[in-house]
Design a protein around this ligand. Structure first.
Ligand code: AOF
Ligand code: ZN
Length: 368
């Protein structure tokens, strides 16, 4: 007899497990799977780096014959299609699993209910919607790309106690402590891509990689809104483009007179050489840009700066989540005012979490 509390407990574990490969499975979701028999965990699986094998196959391979009669807890409906891998629903059936418990139905039109139908047709008991809200949150980026054809956008801002996010022409100004900065790198590691404006690239010369010990190979693709292609070829972004991809989003031609065109092409050639990919797409048409990023398999986008990029994403209604770090170091004279202030939910957002990282306060807001 199924026990609802036990189902929730194992699903919660499967959801936590799925978070492990967030940001590393593009263009596939990171799914968690736990096989349980007689109240004991037989094996676990998370969608592998690069998106394959799928979670269920990893867990089934580990359990072997013991999977017969087991219950599979899977965060997403098992796939029913022959994509780059054969259907997980078939693998669960062949392994003799007795029951499948799922949090979220897969909106992928190749699956969408067919996974459940295949399992049920084989006599497997199927239950869905278990811890659905938590499952949706864990799969938010994948679901956004599938349903709205754009990435899930997180806006990150570090605001000084005097309400600023940087100082004009002063280079990188650190308003938060090391614990908060480490958290930002964890967030980078869990994102498929990170986006800034070229002004931030010029002023701060950021690297935007994840440099935490043990997380070094999890840096997201770096995207720069760079209408005129001003990205410095000897800045940290261009210099590291051969190891972690950099995409510069420049305006579409034709927009220059001949001389400007020549200069643009010359800058483009230098960036090409450095390994920076130049994509021409009007950087002011954010919905078009986001659709293009989604079609490249980017499901989660972290917007990191500066003020005008943050404001345009907010104004376009394209922010799904805000991570606001309230730092302890004032910026003072010449500061760039933050579009948001700590302690005040922007219209259409609600505060979901507050944490303290050393001297700094962290607030998480989600779109209502
Ligand atoms: C699962 N378990 O762990 C994942 C699933 O190209 P393919 O063959 O890898 O299929 C990609 C689709 O598979 C993806 O759009 C989504 O529907 C599903 N992802 N399914 O059963 C998993 N990652
Ligand atoms: Zn699958």
């Amino acid at each position: 007899m199924a026990d609802a509390a036990e189902d929730q407990r194992f699903m919660a574990a499967a959801i936590r497990l799925s978070l492990r490969n967030l940001g590393r499975t593009a263009n596939n979701p990171s799914v968690g799977c736990i096989l349980v028999k007689d109240g004991r965990v037989l094996s676990t699986g998370v969608t592998d780096i690069g998106g394959r094998p799928h979670a269920e196959r990893i867990a089934l391979a580990q359990a072997g014959e013991a999977a017969r009669g087991a219950t599979a807890y899977v965060t997403l409906e098992p796939c029913s299609h022959h994509g780059k891998t054969p259907p997980c629903a078939d693998a669960l059936i062949e392994a003799g699993v007795a029951r499948v418990v799922v949090a979220v139905r897969d909106p992928d039109e190749r699956v969408s209910g067919r996974g459940f139908a295949m399992l049920e047709a084989a006599g497997i008991a199927v239950e869905t919607g278990v811890l659905a809200a938590d499952g949706h949150r864990a799969l938010a980026a994948y679901l956004m790309r599938q349903v709205k054809k754009r990435p899930y956008v997180t806006l990150k801002l570090a605001v000084s106690p005097d309400g600023m996010i940087g100082r004009l022409g002063a280079g990188q100004f650190v308003v938060t402590g090391p614990v908060a900065r480490g958290q930002v790198q964890v967030l980078r590691a869990a994102s498929d891509a990170i986006l800034i404006g070229v002004g931030t690239a010029e002023a701060d010369d950021p690297e935007l990689t994840c440099r935490l010990p043990g997380l070094g190979d999890r840096s997201p693709i770096r995207i720069v809104l760079d209408r005129d292609l001003r990205l410095p070829p000897y800045g940290k972004l261009a210099l590291t483009a051969h190891s972690v991809p950099v995409i510069a989003i420049a305006a579409e031609p034709p927009r220059f007179d001949d001389t400007e065109d020549q200069a643009f092409l010359a800058r483009r050639a230098v960036l090409d050489e450095a390994g920076v990919e130049v994509v021409q797409c009007d950087p002011h048409k954010l919905p078009v840009l986001l659709a293009a990023l989604a079609s490249r398999g980017i499901s989660s986008l972290l917007v990191e700066g500066g003020a005008s990029v943050a404001s345009s994403f907010l104004a376009a209604g394209l922010v799904d989540r805000i991570h606001l770090y309230a730092g302890a170091v004032p910026i003072g004279e010449g500061g760039i005012r933050s579009p948001l202030v700590p302690g005040t939910a922007p219209a259409g957002f609600s505060l979901v979490r507050t944490l303290r990282f050393g001297p700094d306060l962290f607030e998480e807001y989600e779109r209502d």
